[in-house]
Every structure is written in C-alpha cells, then in structure tokens.
Design a protein. Sequence first.
Lengths: 323, 570
Amino acid sequence: MSGSAGESRPKPVAQATPADGQLFDEDFRRRLERLRLVVRRTTPGGLHGEHRARRRGRGVEFSDYRAYVPGDDMRDVDWLAYLRFDKLLLRLFDEEGDLPVYLLLDTSRSMATPDRSKLDQGKRLLAAIGCIALGQADRVTALAFAAGARESLETLRGANQTHRLLRFLEGLDTASGSDLALAVRGFFARPRRPGLVVIASDFLVEDGEPARSAGLRRGGLPGALDLLAALRHRVLALHLDQDLESLRPGSPRFEAVDAESGERIRLHSTAAAFREYHRQAETYADAVRAACRRHGFSYTRVSGQEPFDEVVLRLLRERGPLR
Amino acid sequence: MSPTSWFGISGLSLPLLVALVVALLYLLRPPPPTIVVPSVLLWRPIAERRRSHTLLRRLLSALLSLLVALGLAFALAGPPRPERRGAPQILVVDNSATMATEVAPGVTRLDRALEQARELVSDWQGPTLLADTTGGSGPRWAHSDAEAEAWLRGLRTSSARGRLPALHGAIPGSTAAAVRRLLISDGVALASLEDWQVVSVYQPVTNVGLLAFDASSTSPAATTDSIEAFLQVFNASLVGVTSRLVVERAEGQILYQRPLELGPRETWSGVLALPATAGGEIVRARIETADDALSSDDLAAIVPHLQRQILVGTVGDVDGAVGRALRLLPRVTVTALPADSSSLEGPVPDVLVAAGWAPESSPLTPTLLFAPPARAWLPEPTAQAIEAVVWARQPGPRDWGPVAFGDLRRYEPSDVEILLGGTTRSADDVRSTDTEWPLVFQLQGLEPPVLVAAFSVEASSIGRHEAFPVLVAELVDRLAEAGATEAGRSQPPGHVLGRRLSDVNASRLPVAPRLEATPSYLVSAQPPRDVREDLREQSRRHQRFAIAMLAVAALLATLETWTRAWGLTE
C-alpha cells in the first residue's frame, strides 16, 4: 500500500505476453493492486464499493413513506404513524445494493490471430475491471463467448473472489467463430439483474448491422446491444484492435485466410492495399461506435499493445466510476 | 546496315525464347504465402475492387516483365547485326602484281593481306567465299579456318590485271543483302567497290616500274633494219625518285640507257630507235631504282616483231568485214584464189583466209576459216582448245589485247570483249556455236595450223566491232609467222595461239595500268573503310547498346516495382 501515483504508474511499454497459464503473473497482480489504489484515491467515494440502489427496500437509511397496499410486508408498516394518523403507512428505506457486473470476453479464433495479443489484452482488461468491481463488493459474472455462450463464472462477490476470476480468465482459450447476439441471448435468457455489461471483443462478426452500415457484410453487435438495452443493462464496449503491422507479410503477394471461416482471398502487400485496409478498419470501428452510441453505451477502442492499467484509468477518466 | 536481324525468320528466336522463358517463369512462380488473418471481412472489399481489373493487371505485369527480360537479353545479345550467325561473307584478296611490293624485309603486301584475311575468316561465324582479283585461284567456299588457310597458302601474286571477280551467282539471292563483302587491297585501282569494305594494306614505298614496252622492226628485213621500241615508265612513289633506264639484249649488251628523274606519280614515255637484232632475239628493258620495293615491274622482255609483207590468199566471199579488215593491214597483200584451185600459179600465199567456204581436206597452208570445215578432217570430237584469252580495251600503244587467262567460266558475258579460243570445245561445238563472241579455235593435230572462227562474219555483228581488224591482223600475223619458220611448224599443236599470245602477254607489263595511292583513291560509291575500324566501332556500338538496354531494363523494372507498389499490377 505504498508508493505515490507516479510510482504506481505503469510503464508505457508493450506488455510481454506470458506463456499460457501465466497471464496473470506476479507482475500483473502488482500492477493490478496499484491500479486499485490509484482508482480508490483518484475517485474518492464514487468508486467505493457500495452503490445506492434505486429500488427502495430493506436499507438502513430512511427515504420516504407510502400507503400500504395489500401484499406489502406487514413488517414494514410504521405502527407509530398508524397510531397518530390512523393510516397504514409503510416506511421506505434506500436499499444499499451491489452492482451486477457482467464481463463478456470474445474467445473466437479471430481474437488469437495472428497472435494472442487481443485475447490477452481482453483478459487483462476484464480482470482489472472485475477486480475493481469485486473490491467494491459488486457482483461479478464472467462469460466467455464465441459462436455462442461457452462457459461462465457465475456470481462472484467480495475481493476474496478475485483469484477465482483470474483463474477463470486465465484458463480461457479460443474456439470457433463469433456470434455476440447469440451469446447474449443465451446468457441473458435467465433473469439477471440489470447491471454493467463489459464486452471485450474485436467485433469482427458476420452479418451484423455495424458491418452493413459500414458497407460491410458482418456484425452481430446491434442485436446484442438491442437486447441489452431492453434488459436495462449498461454496456461498456472494449473494441480490441489489431495491429496492422502484424498482418503485413514479407511477400509482395499473399493469400489471406479467415481464421474463423477459412475463406481465402488473394491480395497484394502494397502500401495502397494497406492504406485501404486501414480505411476499412476505421470505417468499421466507426460503425461499432455508432451502434453503441445509439443506446448511450460507452465505446472504447483499445490496442493490443496498450498497457491494460493505462486503459482502465483512461476508461475511468472518460466515463467516471463503474456504475 | 541492313534491317535488324532480330525480326528475321531466324532472328525471331531470341524474342520468342525470352517470351517463352518469361511465360514459363510466370506460370511456375511460387504460390503466394498463406497468412491467417482474424477476418477477411476488411480485406474482401479491397479484393473485390481489384478483381475488376485483374486480367489487365496481370497482362501489364507480364508485359513489363517480358520487356525487362527482353531488355536484358538484347543487352547481352548486342545490337542487331547484319552478319548474323551463319551468314556468308565474301573475302577477295588482291593478288595483283603490286601486292608483291615489299613493305618490310621479306614481307610483302600480300603477306600482310593474308594475315588480315586469316583474322577476318577466323572472326567470322559463317562460311567465307574466298576469291582473288586475277582469277588465278578460283573462288572457293571455306567453311573452316583450315579450308581458308589452304586456299590462302596457295595464293600468289599474278601479273594479270586485277579486278573484282564477278560472284553474282555464288551467294543465294535471299541472303545476298546480308552478305559482308570485303576486299583486302593495297589500293590499286579496281572496278566499282560499291557495297564493299576495304581493308587496306597499303604502305608508301619507293617504286618505279615499266608500264609499257614494245619493240618491232621497222622493215621486213629483220636482220638489217633498226628496231623501234616504245617505253613507258611510272613513278608510283609519293616522292620524287631518280632511276636508270636500260634497254639491252639478252646476253647483256646495252642498247640504250639513260637516267630518269621522276616526280611523285610522274609518267615518262618515249620511243627509242635501237640497233637491229637478229630475228627472235629477246630485247629487255630494265629500270634500276635504289630501294625499289617491287621488282616485278622493273624488267620487261620482248621478241621484236618481224616486219615483212604477208601474202594472204582469200577464198570465197571475203569482200565483207574480213576483206575490209585485211585491206587495212599495212603489211598484208591480198590475193583472191578460186575455191577449186588445187595447183596455184604464182607465189604461194603465207596465209589462206576463207569465208563461206572450207577445203575438203586439211590445207597445206596456215588457214583461217570462217566456215565450218568438212568433218572428215576435223579434229577429234573431244578436241580442246589450248588456250582461252579474253580481250579487252587497254590503254597504251595497243588498244586491244588479252587481259586474263584461265578458265573462261569465271567471266561473265559482260566482261568479255573478244574471246579467242574456248574452254572445252569439240568439233560439234565449232559447227554449232551461235555465240556472239568471236570464238576462234585452233584445230589440234593439224600441221600447218588451221584456225577456225566459230562465227559467221556476215551474220554476226562482230564484223562491226572496232577491234575486229586488230583481231584479224593478229590472227593473220601469227599464222604467217607460224608458217614461215621451221621452228613454228615443229612446235606442238596449239603453239600458234599459245606462243603468240604469250608473247603478247610478255609485252603487256604485269602492272599496267597501275597507280598506287592511299585507299581514298579507290573508286567507290561508298567511302572506303578499314573494316577493323568498323569492328572497333561495332564493339563501341555494342557497348552503348548494352548500356542503353540495361538502362531500359532497369527503368522498366523500377516501373514494374512502382506499379506493383501502387497496386496497378498483379
């Protein structure tokens, strides 16, 4: 618990990718702890674990009275008020509630192509956000999705559950294609309290609105966002971006093979082609951002090489505490 | 230079080969590497946009690659050359008399010419047609250095007049335009040299020689009359030279001598009155010059003509061209004889000339016939003329004379002015020849000699030829001379023409007419060039061409790279 903000500031260097199973090593945990301290100091109170729930219930802080209606719990009746006013009034208290945080990690093959930087970055970011949430006594649920919901880690609560979250994320690997809408529908088919849904993905999904609006043919994000909005969830979309240089081959010609569908396209490794690719990527990202903005959701574009703690701090500065 | 040989039938091989190689390399190019990408979602529109011009891009790329390869191939192959591999060349070596001029102790111009010829043959990829300028060594194809060496080793200088041989039919018409024609010469005047390249072996030397020497007695009494001699001396040097002229008998008795101071290229001519000599005695003319480089033109010899009246008996219709020619001869007395006269009265003619008639048996008098004789006394059908002589107009005291000897087949009809004799002529040839050339045959095995002119004076245009009287005079003169001496009668068949024409040749000096000069003197539609300089220039041109082609190839390669970088080509 020592050190200033300057000391706790992570070095802006590319993160070394640990070997499988060692993603959350000691260095990560130290940086995560520093991040917690920085978050606690820079956002006093706001990031403190407790959140005032909107619904009124069994809290300790009085809020209001209301008339009794059949079915109300008789234990909430203010009998003193009944004696004074001869009316059945219920005492209402603001319930001190936790915030459900749903961490959705895209584990389709595109996340680990051509390297695992996007997948690892997603894991780090979700781990950091999850740890912060657990430190605030929020409920954290994690989901790995690909073509659908793959596996989940149901409700964690309390900072002592951090290791479970990290172990869960650490054990995830990629599989098959990606369908966010299907995953969201499957995961939220059972009743879940509205909360914060953090989606870490490259959003390279076929047949979705973002793709169509960008002149492309894929997406899958709009359906998922519509469903989440309808369920009164708030969404933080972490768009994990691909480093263009990692795609540039040494040969003047190359055949691009889709990591998920296996589709092949012959291309030339020309500067013009990569400029065009860059334009396409920007257009696509704009389309994803627009889809998020349409529901008032947050959108952040993250490079696979960016230090995760800097990303989290940037998130907190831009959108405020996790609420 | 002829048009480029790249695009000839055989020359297409280079571009086709390069195109084939490029196409093969294009087809066999390794497949592009496979790269697994997160998604082709963002690549697909790029590929679809490019797909609309894929064929054009591929063609452009292949075309640029082909042009680069062609540029490199042409840079290596060199500029288009008319002497494409396998094409023939004609190499004529001047072997006229002046080529015997010594340019260094023991080294003649001919030696230098042979050195050049060996180099030119060795450097040439195709066959070489070798020929000389005097016809002594007939044209011969050399397909190897050894064959050329054998021909060159046998080449000698000749006293005959040098001229470019007619080789029109030697080269196939289809390749004639590409044939390189080379003449190695010392600069002696030759005929037209259009399209010929000249390798000059000329080096200035000191040379004074006899151009002309003729002598004849001034009266029929050869033993008592004086002799009149005509001499012509020429200084072929580029500087003034002092020489000494001597005319002497065979045994060395000097008949005349005098110093001569001749300027550069100056000619001296003179008519000398010499003491009488015995008939048949040889008279020599000699020119003595210090450091004279050519000895063959320093000495000339002649047997002075006997000047006496010749009685010519004519039989038949000789009032035409033959009659007129006979009457022009100053020493000839003509008497007409009846055709059927077997015992004549009066003096026996020295020569019989018969036109339109021939005796039934071999005559006892040297005879010139202008009609086919009876077959009964004709020679064997396989009889051959001994000698064939080409006459042509020549400068000097005699307008007409023999200019070359040897195989008549080397001479084109246009070269022949007057032809004496024939190559292989049988009796049937004599009877049936219809040539316009005045063929005159000596019938073999007959004593006294009989000459048969194988043409009809009246039917042919030869009677109107300006040299016809000279021809008749020569023939009559020699027949008379042969019949007048026992020696002449005892000589083997063929001596009439042979000895006589040999004498004539002896009087025709080996280098006349002759002029030595720098190669620029040569008469040619094109300025004479030294082919070695041509070869050097060709090498320089090759280098420039190779650099240009490499630059073009580099430029195209750069362009191809740029177009690839810009995504314009596949």
